[in-house]
Design a protein around this ligand. Structure first.
Ligand code: G4P
Length: 541
């Protein structure tokens, strides 16, 4: 870490803060997200991290049980009704003198675009796999996003307290399916369902776990020397030792440089429910995951963490607080020291932006923040003018690359039920588009019915619900039969317009797009007219 600190020190003479203080604070930060298939145990693990860090006294606070405190991000009525987390929350806690920023990601696959944006703000990810299931579809998709961003990934084989698959088989599956070399740091003693503890392969010690009642308090661990382990655990210990020798033989040892490059993944086994292995994983996040480092701007230059303040908006959320109709822009701090009330520049417009209402978020609750450092997440309240991807900075100008959106896979038409609410309907759609809830495609020739694009069907439901409840515009959203979308240009658009089953629309950024009711039709057109402009949309992954 010392190396990073000095490499990140600023030489910017306009920098008002002490760059070495900032670099020291940055080196204490770990900012990461958990990725998993629904039900693999992300919420349970999040809750246990908070428990081990002392941020909550009893597990159950995140996944709120009746009568316990809510720290969960389900502030939206719909989320509460369905018991799913749609919007992402940020949780900050300290652990071993480090500041850990845990970015929560929505579990439902329909919101993977939101997850993608959250991952743009993370420096590392923890991939949680259910030991009985291994790599599942959603894990694979999210992993691809991490790979595209070269995010270092720690792997946690969860649910070891119950029957599951052989961990060696799972290592093979990880390697074969997602081309990630798993390097076990801890190795189980006992089989899934009869889990006794782990061997820490770094020093050969045996950590034996003891259950606590329902895992609501931190589990007790006992470090046992190998001799005693052999006497007390017998075959389970000998088997674990044989397997560790095998792992060493195949070179599956912890390899920090390849982990940081996103090519190998330190693997941990445990059970979030019973707290087995949670502390090891949290220690590894602090010890192995990278602290924030210099970030690349669009001009090709890296801005050191010790430079003046800069950050980018990775998420927007409206009406988090039902008492105040507000817009919160979540900003990942990339460099410098943020101080409340400081005036920064909004890069896209060049206008000043006053950050009087900055807050840190913990689930749905927020508290005012006075200062923040690289790796931290700010919730800027009353930030209606900020868009996803926008850069804010002080001192020397910088622009961070935009966050690409996913090409929509599903389409629907949207009609305001009541014509007199048309203004509210338009304003609502604009707002939802800015927040990245849905994409809105409009007819450049004047048809007032927009076409909405989404990655998952539930995005339409959220849009419809919010249009009605926040903007007072009841809306009929009906599936549209399009199967494919391509970027086009004016000459090609002119030809396409006369064809049935094809629609030419325009995106918010002015790009012309063509929608096709049949993939086959698109393929034929491309083959027959190679000179036509029918480009795939820039893809996020
Ligand atoms: P998610 O956020 O990834 O969707 O998963 P979540 O933590 O909600 O866990 C999904 C289910 O798996 C929950 O059970 C949870 O208790 C269980 N679970 C999580 N980790 C472990 C583990 O290490 N071992 C075992 N045996 N189970 C685990 P549920 O019945 O759906 O919910 P609940 O009634 O327990 O809250």
């Amino acid at each position: 870490m010392e190396q990073l600190t000095s490499a990140n020190a600023s030489s910017d003479p306009t920098d008002p803060s002490s760059s070495s203080d900032v670099a020291t604070e940055a080196a204490r930060r770990r900012t990461f997200a958990i990725i998993s298939h629904p039900d693999a145990g992300k919420t349970t693990l999040t809750e246990k991290f908070l428990l081990y860090a002392g941020a909550v006294l009893q597990a159950g606070a995140v996944k709120a049980r009746a009568g316990t405190r809510h720290a969960r991000s389900d502030w939206m009525e719909m989320e509460q009704q369905r018991g799913i987390s749609i919007t992402s929350a940020v949780m900050q806690f300290t652990y071993r003198d480090h500041v850990v920023n845990l970015l929560d990601t929505p579990g439902h696959r329909d919101f993977s675009e939101d997850t993608y944006r959250v991952l743009a703000a993370a420096d590392a990810a923890v991939m949680v796999l259910d030991v009985a299931k291994g790599i599942e579809t959603q894990t694979r998709k999210l992993f691809e996003v991490c790979r595209a961003r070269h995010l270092p990934i720690l792997t946690f084989l969860n649910k070891y307290d119950r029957p599951g698959r052989d961990p060696i088989e799972l290592m093979d599956e990880i390697e074969q399916q997602i081309d990630l070399r798993a390097t076990p740091v801890t190795w189980p003693v006992g089989i899934p369902g009869d889990f006794r503890g782990v061997v820490d392969r770094r020093n050969g010690s045996f950590i034996r776990y003891a259950r606590t009642a329902h895992g609501t308090t931190a589990g007790s661990e006992e470090t046992v020397d190998p001799h005693r382990a052999e006497t007390e655990e017998g075959d389970a210990w000998r088997r674990a030792i044989d397997e560790c020798a095998l792992l060493e033989g195949v070179g599956a040892d912890l390899d920090i440089p390849s982990f940081l490059a996103g090519d190998s993944s330190p693997l941990f086994v445990g059970s979030a429910l019973t707290n087995f292995g949670v502390r090891h994983l949290l220690d590894a996040i602090v010890d192995m995951a990278p602290s924030p480092t210099a970030r690349l701007g669009t001009d090709g230059a890296y801005r050191p963490v010790g430079s003046a303040f800069s950050g980018f908006v990775f998420k927007k959320q409206a009406n988090m607080d039902p008492g105040h109709r507000d817009h919160v822009a979540f900003v990942r701090v990339c460099s410098g020291r943020f101080e409340r009330s400081m005036s920064v520049t909004h890069e896209p417009t060049g206008k000043p932006f006053t950050t009087k209402y900055a807050a840190t978020m913990f689930g749905a609750s927020r508290s005012t923040v006075d200062e923040a450092y690289p790796g931290d997440i700010l919730g800027l309240v009353n930030a209606g003018d900020l868009r996803i991807g926008d850069t804010l900075y002080a001192g020397k100008p910088v622009a961070y690359p935009p966050i690409p959106s996913f090409p929509p896979e599903l389409f629907a038409t949207a009609h305001a039920r009541d014509n007199s609410r048309h203004k509210q309907f338009r304003r609502g759609l604009e707002q939802l588009e800015h927040e990245g809830v849905i994409q809105v495609l409009r007819d450049p020739e004047g048809d007032p019915t927009p076409v909405l694009g989404a990655v998952g069907a539930m995005q339409f439901e959220v849009a419809s619900h919010r249009l009605e409840h926040e903007f007072g515009a009841r809306t009929d959203i009906e599936p549209a039969p399009y199967k494919a979308i391509r970027i086009t240009d004016a000459p090609t658009a002119k030809r396409l317009r006369s064809s049935a089953g094809i629609r030419v629309l325009v995106r918010r950024d002015g790009t012309l797009v063509a929608l096709f009711e049949s993939d086959y039709r698109l393929t034929r057109l491309r083959n027959d007219n190679p000179a036509w402009c029918l480009e795939p949309l820039e893809t996020a992954i």
